[in-house]
Ligand binder design. Structure first.
Ligand SMILES: Cc1cc2nc3c(=O)[nH]c(=O)nc-3n(C[C@H](O)[C@H](O)[C@H](O)COP(=O)(O)OP(=O)(O)OC[C@H]3O[C@@H](n4cnc5c(N)ncnc54)[C@H](O)[C@@H]3O)c2cc1C
Length: 301
């Protein structure tokens, strides 16, 4: 039984093939038919990349997946070419075989989903919330599920020999365990107040901006902003601007533009705004969103 069918949940089920006779993934959302945003993964609107170790691990689990991703438009970016402004200044360019894979989260998640959908031992309960656990303090024996968002719907019990919680940062696991009679888990909340605004742009065929990706790191507290511009499928850039508490962007396109101006860096503006030099750099999708990231570190007492 896997709670949450995000990347971690789907990969957990995939990794358990051969160990479990039957698996059930319970997912709150209904998956889109094509790579598309869904509300259960709100961070998917922002820039994501798979670092070398990440795409190697994914490939080891699902041979051929990197080829599928690149065939669908994911871009292999050698780290040596990234234009990278660290707190200490621009990083030197150097020879390296290390590369990251860059594509939107919807494409990555959909590629993995397609693979897991083909696994006959996995059953799916979509549009369904897990609302609690079954069992006792010493043993979890299943989960309670209910149709999504309907507090009056009937709660059903689904028994399982192994339960994996992959419901992400909104996990209710600590309170579910307390309801089973476990002592409350110690919780430490670290909230740096980071928020992001992101937008997709056309990537023009030319002229070449001189680098495959751009990363402007924060230098808090003096420069509490960061920016990343990555090439993604369908000939686009995804640009995300992040800021620390007190420097957050107002939502919408105006907020994005203002953050970009405050971030500075002629290269960012040159690539995205085009300085009027290249009409083809027009904005295709105004996906300005806002996300506050809260890291929660939990320890069982
Ligand atoms: C702005 C930003 C940028 C990032 N960039 C990167 C990056 O470049 N590279 C990288 O590796 N990581 C990056 N991350 C981190 C990455 O997004 C997460 O680590 C990853 O998505 C976690 O996956 P997950 O499957 O554990 O959880 P989630 O993606 O949160 O998925 C949880 C799933 O569980 C479902 N769910 C939740 N509760 C229930 C319930 N009660 N019942 C049923 N279903 C439920 C949700 O609908 C969802 O599908 C970034 C994060 C942010 C915020």
């Amino acid at each position: 039984m896997v709670i949450g069918g995000g990347l971690a949940g789907m990969l957990a089920a995939w990794a358990l093939r051969g160990y479990a006779e039957r698996m059930v993934i319970v997912e709150r959302d209904r998956y889109p038919e094509r790579p598309a945003f869904r509300s259960g993964v709100p961070q998917a609107r922002h820039a994501h990349l798979l670092l070398e170790a990440g795409h190697r691990a994914l490939e080891a689990l699902m041979p051929g997946v990197r080829e599928e991703l690149t065939a669908a438009g994911a871009v292999r970016v050698p780290i040596s070419g990234v234009r990278w402004l660290s707190a200490a200044g621009w990083l030197a360019t150097y020879e390296s075989e290390v590369a990251f894979l860059s594509c939107t989260r919807p494409l990555l998640d959909h590629t993995v989903l397609r693979r897991v959908r083909g696994e006959p031992t996995v059953r799916w309960l979509e549009n369904t919330d897990v609302v609690g656990l079954l069992g006792a303090p010493g043993e979890v024996t299943g989960v309670q599920v209910r149709a999504r968002g309907d507090a009056r719907a009937q709660v059903r019990e689904v028994r399982a020999e192994l339960v994996v919680d992959a419901s992400g940062r909104t996990s209710s696991l600590p309170s579910w365990l307390t309801r089973l009679g476990c002592p409350p888990a110690a919780e430490e909340r670290v909230d740096a107040g980071v928020s992001y605004v992101s937008r997709l742009y056309h990537r023009p065929a030319g002229p070449d901006p001189g680098f495959p990706a751009l990363y402007l790191q924060t230098k808090a507290p003096d420069a509490p902003r960061l920016g990343v511009v990555l090439p993604v499928e369908d000939g686009r850039w995804i640009a995300s601007v992040g800021s620390m508490r007190g420097a957050q962007a107002e939502p919408g396109a105006a907020g994005f533009d203002r953050q970009l101006r405050l971030l500075g860096g002629p290269s960012t503006r040159g690539v995205l705004a085009g300085d009027g030099a290249d009409e083809r750099k027009s904005v295709v999708t105004g996906k300005a969103g806002r996300h506050v990231r809260v890291s929660t570190i939990q320890q069982a007492s």
